[in-house]
Design a protein around this ligand. Structure first.
Ligand SMILES: Nc1nc2c(c(=O)[nH]1)N(C=O)[C@@H](CNc1ccc(C(=O)N[C@@H](CCC(=O)O)C(=O)O)cc1)CN2
Ligand SMILES: Nc1ncnc2c1ncn2[C@@H]1O[C@H](COP(=O)(O)OP(=O)(O)OP(=O)(O)O)[C@@H](O)[C@H]1O
Length: 211
């Protein structure tokens, strides 16, 4: 666990879980803007080593990985490392109304930000929401994860819904910065019924099974 300050909302009786989540999202997003380009690049390189060292990833033929926006833990080196090993990579594509869809990674030059603030997406043909069933491992973005496996995402419920198409028993790896791993015995993340627990947390400092 990191010694860097960790935002945690003060919860009063009657607060809606959704509001508590939103306050925490805002604090973590703000903290993420403070990281320099140099530190972001170093983190992305370290993350590639960490994630490729997870045994299930090392043995996978098809992995789903998010294409990071600038403030998220970077996945460029990870995508290149897995592609170089011949792993098939499924990246999120947002349909209208944020529909879940996937397309194959075809190199960094194929990734495009379709609108400001949106994640970069491949230009290759989309495969439908069911394509996630091909993935042996899902590497999902998160703003925070706790040691019971609860994941706080960007708030669209996109991954919670997308994961309904994953095969049973597929390993879900949530990626965060080190200070975004919360000790569930002290600071559990707010959790709702639909929230799907993750199996592993990976940061640029290392990975651990959770949940
Ligand atoms: N890299 C990445 N890809 C991901 C996710 C994620 O959290 N990170 N998602 C996780 O679920 C899904 C979709 N996430 C989305 C993230 C932002 C917006 C969006 O509309 N953003 C605002 C700008 C916000 C900002 O500037 O911070 C916008 O376009 O108006 C839409 C979907 C699938 N792909
Ligand atoms: N499996 C689901 N089925 C139906 N609605 C869902 C499901 N998962 C999430 N939602 C809805 O989506 C909204 C956001 O969910 P949540 O707060 O869990 O998002 P998140 O996991 O932080 O975001 P994301 O997965 O996009 O990174 C909630 O209002 C919730 O009702």
């Amino acid at each position: 666990m990191s010694s860097v300050a960790q935002p945690y909302p003060r919860v009063s009786e009657g607060d809606e879980v959704e509001d508590v989540k939103e306050r925490l999202r805002r604090a973590i997003r703000e903290a993420r803007t403070q990281r320099s380009t140099r530190r972001r690049e170093a983190a992305a390189l370290a993350l590639a080593d960490v994630v490729t060292s997870i045994p299930a990833v090392a043995g996978a033929r098809c992995v789903s990985v998010y294409a990071a926006r600038p403030t998220e833990p970077g996945t460029g080196p990870l995508l290149e490392a897995l592609a170089a090993r011949g792993v098939r990579l499924l990246l999120p594509v947002l349909g209208t109304g944020l529909r879940r869809d996937w397309a194959e990674y075809a190199g960094p030059e194929d990734l495009r930000e379709r609108a400001p603030g949106r994640p970069p997406e491949p230009g290759s043909p989309t495969l439908g929401a069911d394509a996630l069933a091909d993935a042996d491992v899902v590497v999902a973005p998160a703003l925070a994860v706790d040691t019971s496996g609860a994941r706080l995402g960007q708030g669209g419920g996109w991954y919670d819904r997308a994961l309904e198409h994953a095969r049973d028993g597929v390993l879900v790896v949530a990626v965060v910065f080190p200070e975004e791993v919360y000790d569930a015995t002290v600071r559990p993340l707010p959790r709702e019924r639909h929230d799907r627990l993750v199996d592993v947390v990976a940061t640029p400092d290392g990975w651990q099974p959770i949940g």
